[in-house]
Design a protein around this ligand. Structure first.
Ligand SMILES: Cc1ncc(COP(=O)(O)O)c(C=O)c1O
Length: 419
């Protein structure tokens, strides 16, 4: 028996999510009907900004104007809805635009509770933009412990990142959602770091799951895009309205590229997780490393949450670690790797390394940053899908060079951090 009925897939609109098919099958086929006119297996890129009408107010098909919707965006959204086990998905021009639109949906005077170590751009939006629109955000380093005390009558939304960026701490989504829902508060989970392959937050009680598609979902470091997936009809209606009204929408070409990228998400996410587990183990064994943050390690303080929330207890492709020798050693490490490229971003097929305190999280005041564990010697790594042992060798050779360099400069009398 065929897994997917290709003939009916041509005629019937794709189902948002099928409980009988596994992730890989959905990634390849959801939102990917064959072209009914030509039979083309891969959708064409629909660049037309407008769509003909047979009479006034009677579009020939389901589309009118590309900002409101277009075939490539619909197909991509259907695919993501399926992978996040959601009824709906909405695509935006970036992960940041996705955050902005969710915050815009709140009335002035609303209060939000967020984890402290959110992505720097999310922190910037919360503190510098949302506040200007009368939305107040309180940050907490341990949301499961403090949520009940932080909720006020104005609290409308809880914002979680799990794993957090860049410290890779985990939040028990169900524990937070149960408390939030008792007060009618909505829970949003930024699932960018794990991708829908490793974690499906709606299964654990979240109301909205968001992604920077720029990362794992597209996976090839060549598209900037965001997406939100959800089940509520009324919330979908509100966010769909804002998607069109604000117009922060992705181009059809970007939707097409991201849709092509997501078809291999399961393969990439598995390989990246496998590689990150190898690198994390090597770092943990190194005498040059102070500590390693990786939810795939048995020693991770939230390993139990990973076993509950992540597919097969996978740790994902991201990790961070503190190197001996302070910021100077950390900067040297980032310049010394040969396979890992020194660059911001994550989730692509190629491995990347960066220094959050000086790069992605530089905008957060230093006391707040350090309180959240983002020290100046903390290095963040995104493992790609290269050969795992090559990545381990690269990290080891970089550590050796950094340590030898530190010894030489100390011998010359120049201080080198706090090794
Ligand atoms: C966890 C997380 N959320 C959201 C964003 C914002 O996404 P974008 O860069 O697509 O606007 C990023 C970007 O790095 C991120 O890492």
């Amino acid at each position: 028996m065929a897994i997917v009925d290709f003939d009916t897939a041509i005629e019937t609109p794709p189902r948002p999510h099928s409980p009988v098919h596994g992730f890989g099958t959905l990634a390849v086929h959801a939102g990917s009907p064959h072209d009914p006119a030509t039979g083309a297996v891969i959708e064409s890129i629909s660049l037309s900004t407008t769509f003909a009408q047979s009479a006034v107010g009677k579009p020939i098909g389901e589309y009118e104007y590309t900002r409101s919707s277009n075939p490539n965006r619909t197909n991509f959204e259907n695919c993501i809805a399926s992978l996040e086990k959601a009824k709906y998905a909405l695509a935006f021009s970036s992960g940041s635009a996705t955050t902005a639109i969710i915050l815009q949906s709140l009335a002035a005077g609303s209060h939000v509770v967020s984890v402290s170590d959110v992505y720097g751009g999310t922190h910037r939006y919360f503190t510098k933009v949302a506040s200007a629109h009368g939305v107040r955000v309180t940050f907490t380093p341990s949301i499961e412990l403090h949520i009940e005390d932080l909720i006020t009558p104005e609290t409308k939304l809880i914002w979680i990142e799990t794993p957090s960026n860049p410290t890779l701490s985990l939040v028990d989504i169900r524990a937070v959602a149960d408390i939030a829902h008792r007060s009618g508060i909505m829970v949003v989970v930024d699932n960018t770091f794990l991708s829908p392959y490793v974690q499906n937050p709606l299964d654990h009680g979240a109301d909205i799951v968001v992604h920077s598609v720029t990362k794992y979902i597209n996976g090839h470091s060549d598209v900037l895009m965001g997406v939100a997936a959800l089940n509520s009809d009324s919330l979908h209606e509100r966010l769909r309205f804002l998607q069109n009204a604000i117009g922060a929408v992705p181009s059809p070409f970007d939707c097409w590229l991201a849709h092509r990228g997501v078809k291999t998400l399961h393969l990439r996410a598995r390989e990246a997780s496998k590689n990150a587990a190898l690198v994390a183990a090597a770092l943990q064994d190194s005498p040059h490393v102070i500590s390693v943050n990786y939810p795939g390690l048995a020693s991770h303080p939230h390993r139990k949450i990973a076993l509950k929330q992540h597919r097969d207890g996978l740790g994902g492709g991201m990790l961070s670690f503190r190197v001996k020798g302070g910021q100077a050693a950390a900067e040297e490490f980032c310049k010394t790797t040969q396979i890992f490229t020194l660059a911001e971003s994550l989730g692509g097929v190629e491995s990347l390394v960066e220094l959050p305190g000086s790069m992605t999280h530089a905008g957060i005041p230093v006391e707040q940053r350090e309180a959240a564990g983002v020290f100046s010697d903390l290095i963040r790594i995104s493992c790609g899908v290269e050969e795992g042992l090559d990545l381990v060798d690269d990290v080891r050779q970089a550590l050796e060079k950094v340590v030898v360099g530190a010894k030489i400069s100390n011998g010359n009398g120049s201080a080198n951090g706090h090794a």
